[in-house]
Write a protein that binds this ligand. Structure first.
Ligand code: FES
Length: 174
C-alpha cells in the first residue's frame, strides 16, 4: 500500500460543470494522445520542410569582398618550383593565418590556397611527386591546383596577386 501511494498522482477536484476546463478529457485519453502525436509529427514535418526550403535560397549572409594583404618580398618569390608561405591577415580586427603555395613556371607564377576543396584540411606539397596531397582523405592536386585524385570536388583556389612596391600582395575574399 505504501508503494502504491508513492506512485499515485494526487487527485485534484476542480469543478467544471460546463466542460470548459477539460474538454480533451471528455474525448477520452486515447483520442487525446493520438491528437497530440499528430501535432508533434506535424510540427516535425513543418520543421524539416522549412529546412529544405531554406537550403534552396541563398543564405543572405554578408557578401565577402576582395581585400589585399602582403605575402612576401618580391625577391623571395621563387623563380622556379614551389614555395610555401604563411599569409597573415585581419578580418574585423581579428588576426587570421592562412597557408598558400606560390608555384612558379616558365609562364609566371600562381598563388594557390592550401585549403582542400573537400573538407578544408590543409594540403602539403610532395616534391618527389610534384603534386599537392591532402593528409585527411588522400585528395591530390597537380601543380596548377587541379584536383586529380581522391574526394576533392574542385581545384584549389587560385588567389589573385600583384607586386606593389617590391612586395607581393594577394587578394582574399573576407
Ligand atoms: S579534406 Fe582533403 S581530401 Fe578530404
Amino acid at each position: 500500500m505504501v508503494g502504491r501511494d508513492v506512485f499515485c498522482r494526487p487527485r485534484i477536484d476542480i469543478p467544471d460543470p460546463l466542460g470548459v476546463l477539460y474538454p480533451r478529457m471528455e474525448q477520452g485519453r486515447r483520442e487525446f494522445i493520438k491528437k497530440a502525436l499528430y501535432g508533434i509529427f506535424a510540427l516535425l514535418g513543418l520543421g524539416s520542410l522549412a529546412g529544405s526550403l531554406r537550403s534552396l535560397w541563398p543564405t543572405g549572409g554578408p557578401q565577402k569582398t576582395l581585400a589585399w594583404f602582403p605575402l612576401l618580398a618580391e625577391d623571395d618569390v621563387p623563380r622556379q618550383g614551389v614555395r610555401k608561405a604563411e599569409l597573415v591577415y585581419a578580418v574585423g580586427g581579428n588576426e587570421r593565418k592562412g597557408r598558400v603555395f606560390i608555384v612558379s613556371s616558365p609562364d609566371g607564377f600562381i598563388v594557390l590556397s592550401a585549403v582542400c576543396s573537400h573538407l578544408g584540411c590543409l594540403v602539403n606539397y610532395n616534391k618527389g611527386k610534384r603534386e599537392f596531397q591532402c593528409p585527411c582523405h588522400g585528395g591530390r592536386y597537380d601543380l596548377t591546383g587541379r584536383n586529380i585524385a581522391g574526394p576533392p570536388p574542385a581545384p584549389l583556389t587560385t588567389l589573385p596577386h600583384r607586386i606593389e612596391n617590391g612586395i607581393m600582395i594577394v587578394g582574399m575574399k573576407v
